[in-house]
Design a binder for this molecule. Structure first.
Ligand code: SF4
Length: 284
């Protein structure tokens, strides 16, 4: 298959996702998140473009994919990024895939997804993942400049939850920048109707660290010390030292348990804290 590929995050030994496929209509992403990891391995990442002959190729791939497969849409670009407004390729993609026996997991930070609500309701096996880092709109404007504001994303969680399972990726947790309100954020996610929290800590890459510290220079010294002096290198990412990571993750887990949300971590190497599949797919 040309477009639908087995999900393989660089063969990371830390990935605990069940087998699934990955599909995206776009290369690159226009949301501009400072912490994005995909920008380090996709050329001209911040100049998003549609994949060539996408619909034609997708029709061929869809006929070959094994029935019952799970497809994540998508892992390294947002299916409802600004380009979707004009090109509607994700919309067309769903119109094709709804005719197959597949489990579809849409992952987005955009409330543009609500324009497809009618179509999403037609898909038999669907799981929505909404990502957010904070419920502070002003912080989000700096951190994810072209994304739907978190307050609107929360409304999308609420609306979508009326019809289908929704999980929330509350990540990345960025030391002190968005970790003071973990409790409050998780409570509001629960109130909006989500079923699971997926979280992870921010991992430094050369390019994302430059973007982050340019916009938040007040954190340069602290983050440099935590990542480049005390942190640890794993699979080409720099992680916070283990005790700090664990304390942040455990705080999020504790609050998730308090409000009866399923909980999982992503690529942290502490899967024993998970209460459901790390990617939310227990809800299919
Ligand atoms: S929405 Fe996802 S893929 Fe797009 S810039 Fe943000 S983190 Fe990267």
């Amino acid at each position: 298959m040309e477009l639908i590929k087995p999900f393989d995050p660089w063969r990371s030994s830390l990935c605990s996702c069940p087998p699934k496929y990955s599909l995206s209509a776009y290369t690159g992403c226009g949301h501009g998140c400072l912490y994005c990891y995909a920008s380090s391995y996709i050329p001209k990442f911040y100049q998003p473009r549609p994949k060539k002959d996408f619909i034609k190729k997708l029709r061929k791939d869809a006929a070959k994919i094994p029935p019952g497969s799970t497809i994540a849409i998508s892992n390294s670009s947002d299916p409802y990024q600004p380009l979707e407004k004009k090109l509607k390729l994700t919309h067309q993609l769903l119109n094709i895939l709804k005719n197959y026996d597949l489990k579809i997991n849409l992952v987005t930070k955009s409330n543009l997804i609500l324009e497809d609500l009618g179509l999403l309701k037609e898909i038999k096996k669907i799981l929505i993942t909404i990502s957010l880092t904070s419920l502070d709109d002003n912080l989000s404007k700096k951190l994810e400049p072209n994304c739907t504001l978190p307050s609107e994303r929360l409304k999308a969680v609420k609306k979508l939850s009326e019809f289908m399972p929704v999980v929330v990726r509350f990540d990345p947790l960025i030391y002190h920048l968005n970790t003071k309100d973990i409790k409050k954020v998780i409570r509001q996610i629960k109130e909006a109707g989500a079923k699971q929290i997926i979280t992870s800590t921010y991992k430094a890459k050369t390019d994302n660290f430059k973007r982050m510290t340019k916009v938040f220079p007040e954190y340069l010294e602290l983050w440099h010390k935590l990542y480049y002096q005390k942190g640890m290198r794993k699979n080409n990412y720099i992680y916070l030292e283990e005790n700090i990571r664990k304390s942040l993750i455990e705080k999020a887990r504790k609050e998730s348990m308090n409000v009866r949300l399923q909980f999982s971590t992503c690529r942290e190497g502490i899967q024993d804290l998970n209460t459901a599949n790390c990617d939310g797919t227990s809800f299919f």
